[in-house]
Design a binder for this molecule. Structure first.
Ligand code: NAD
Ligand code: ZN
Ligand code: ZN
Length: 390
C-alpha cells in the first residue's frame, strides 16, 4: 500500500509499504478514506521529536471503512464507517476510567522510553514516534487500529467525511482547550494561534459561553477566518503590541483565560511585547522560546486560567513561574482525551451548531503529501488545513 513516511528532518515521501495485519484480537483494520496533516506532524517534520525512525508512517487524523476485525471486537463490523481518535486507549485502566484517555496506562509499549523523557508514560499515539508507542500512522491506505471497541466512532449515514474527520483530533482538542478554561458567562478568552486547532478553540470558547474571544496570530488570512467564521476579535502580533492590545480590549485587567494553541515552534519575530520590562531587566522575555506560552501566562488576568493545548516536548526554559505563582493562575494542559468528546461533539455537528469543515482550504491526494507538508509548513497559498484522500 501507499503510505506517507518520515525519512528524516524535513523529508517525507509516499512509499510502497506492507499492508497492516491484525496483531491482536481487539484490533481492526481500516481502509482510509480521508486523512489530514496536523500542526503536530510539523514537530516531527521539523525534527523536534527525537524518537522517530526512518520509514515511520505518519498521520494521526484519519477515518475510513472497517475491512477486518479481530475475534474479540464486539462493537464494530466490516463495512462500518468510523473516525479514529488519535490517542490509543484501552478503555479499562484507571486513566481510561477517569476519561483521561491520552494517558492510558496500557497503550504505550515503549513506556520505558517515554518515562526517561517525560517522567511517566502517556498513551500511544498513531504515527507519533517511538516514545509514544511507535504505531504506524494513518497517512496511508490502511491502518491497524488497536482497542477497536474503545476509540473508533461510527459515522451516522448521511454525514460526509469532511463533516466528521476532525473528531479524530483537532475539534476535540480545541474544545478541550476551551473547556479547561472553565468559562463563565461574560468571560473574555484569548487564543494564541489561529491555526486549525486555534480556530476550534475559538469556536468552542463561544459554544461554552465566552462573551468575547480574542484571536492572536500574525497571518491575516487566519485571523480573518477566526473573525468571519466564529466572531473573534483579531490581534496581529506582527503589527501591534499584544500586551497593549489585550489591556485595551479588557479594560486593563487581561483576559479571564488564555489558550496556547501554538506549541513549541512559536515564532518570536514580533515587535517587543515586553518593552516596558526592559527597565526591570526582563528583556530576555522577548527572544526566548516559547514566546506564545510566556505571553499567555503573563497577560492572563490575576486568578485566571492558562490552558495549554499547543504541544511541547522535553524541557522549556524561562518559564514564568513567578507570574503563575504570585498571581494565583491555574495552568492546565494535555494531549486531548479525544474519546471523551467524540459523542457530544458529533451531536453538536448533527444539530447544526458547528460545521468543522470550514477550516479545510486544501484537498489533495495521498501521493501529494510531500508538497502538502511544505504548503502547510510554510503557510503558503493561504493554507489552513490540508485533507488528503488515499
Ligand atoms: P499550525 O502550525 O497550523 O498553527 C499554529 C499557528 O500559531 C500558526 O497560525 C502560527 O502563525 C501561529 N503562531 C506562531 N507563533 C505565534 C505566536 N508567537 N503568537 C501567536 N500565534 C503564533 O498548527 P495547528 O494544527 O493549529 O496546531 C497548533 C498546535 O496544537 C500545535 O502545537 C499542535 O501540535 C498542537 N496540537 C495539540 C493537540 C493536543 O491534543 N493537545 C492536538 C492537535 C494539535
Ligand atoms: Zn493532530
Ligand atoms: Zn487505558
Amino acid at each position: 500500500m501507499r503510505a506517507n513516511c518520515w525519512l528524516g528532518k524535513g523529508t517525507v515521501d509516499v512509499l510502497d509499504v506492507p499492508e497492516p495485519r491484525i496483531l491482536n484480537n481487539h484490533d481492526a483494520i481500516i481502509r482510509i478514506t480521508r486523512t489530514a496533516i496536523c500542526g503536530s506532524d510539523l514537530h516531527l517534520f521539523n525534527g523536534f521529536i527525537p524518537t522517530m525512525k526512518k520509514g515511520d508512517i505518519l498521520g494521526h487524523e484519519f477515518m475510513g471503512e472497517v475491512v477486518e476485525v479481530g475475534r474479540e471486537v464486539k462493537n464494530l463490523a466490516v463495512g462500518d464507517r468510523v473516525v479514529v481518535p488519535f490517542p490509543i486507549a484501552c478503555g479499562q485502566c484507571n486513566a481510561c476510567h477517569d476519561g483521561a484517555y491520552s494517558v492510558c496506562e496500557n497503550s504505550n509499549p515503549n513506556a520505558g522510553l517515554a518515562e526517561k523523557i517525560l517522567g511517566h508514560a502517556p498513551a500511544g499515539i498513531f504515527g507519533y514516534s517511538h516514545m509514544l508507542g511507535g504505531y504506524p500512522g494513518g497517512q496511508a491506505e490502511y491502518a491497524r487500529v488497536p482497542f477497536a471497541d474503545v476509540g473508533p466512532v461510527k459515522v451516522p449515514a448521511g454525514m460526509d467525511d469532511e463533516q466528521v474527520l476532525f473528531l479524530s483530533d483537532i475539534l476535540p482538542t480545541g474544545y478541550m482547550g476551551a473547556e479547561m478554561c472553565d468559562i463563565s458567562p461574560g468571560d473574555v478568552v484569548a487564543v494564541w494561534g489561529a491555526g486549525p486547532v486555534g480556530q476550534f478553540a475559538i469556536a468552542s470558547a463561544f459554544l461554552l459561553g465566552a462573551e468575547r474571544v480574542i484571536a492572536i496570530d500574525r497571518l491575516p488570512y487566519r485571523l480573518q477566518m477566526a473573525q468571519e467564521k466564529s466572531g473573534a476579535e483579531p490581534v496581529n502580533y506582527a503589527e501591534s503590541d499584544v500586551r497593549e492590545e489585550l489591556l485595551e480590549l479588557t479594560g486593563g485587567r487581561g483576559p479571564d483565560a488564555c489558550i496556547d494553541a501554538v506549541g513549541l515552534e512559536a515564532h518570536h519575530s514580533s515587535p517587543p511585547a515586553y518593552a516596558y520590562d526592559r527597565a526591570k531587566q526582563m528583556t530576555h522575555l522577548e527572544s526566548d522560546r516559547p514566546f506564545a506560552l510566556r505571553q499567555a501566562i503573563r497577560n492572563c488576568r490575576n486568578g485566571g486560567t492558562v490552558s495549554v493545548i499547543g504541544v511541547y516536548g522535553g524541557f522549556v526554559d524561562k518559564f514564568p513561574m513567578g507570574s503563575l505563582m504570585n498571581r494565583s493562575l491555574t495552568l492546565r494542559a494535555g494531549q486531548c482525551h479525544v474519546q471523551r468528546y467524540t459523542k457530544p461533539l458529533l451531536e453538536r455537528i448533527q444539530a447544526g451548531q458547528l460545521d468543522p469543515s470550514f477550516v479545510i482550504t486544501h484537498r489533495m491526494g495521498l501521493d501529494d503529501a510531500p508538497s502538502a507538508f511544505e504548503t502547510f509548513l510554510n503557510k503558503e497559498d493561504e493554507c489552513v488545513k490540508v485533507v488528503l484522500t488515499p
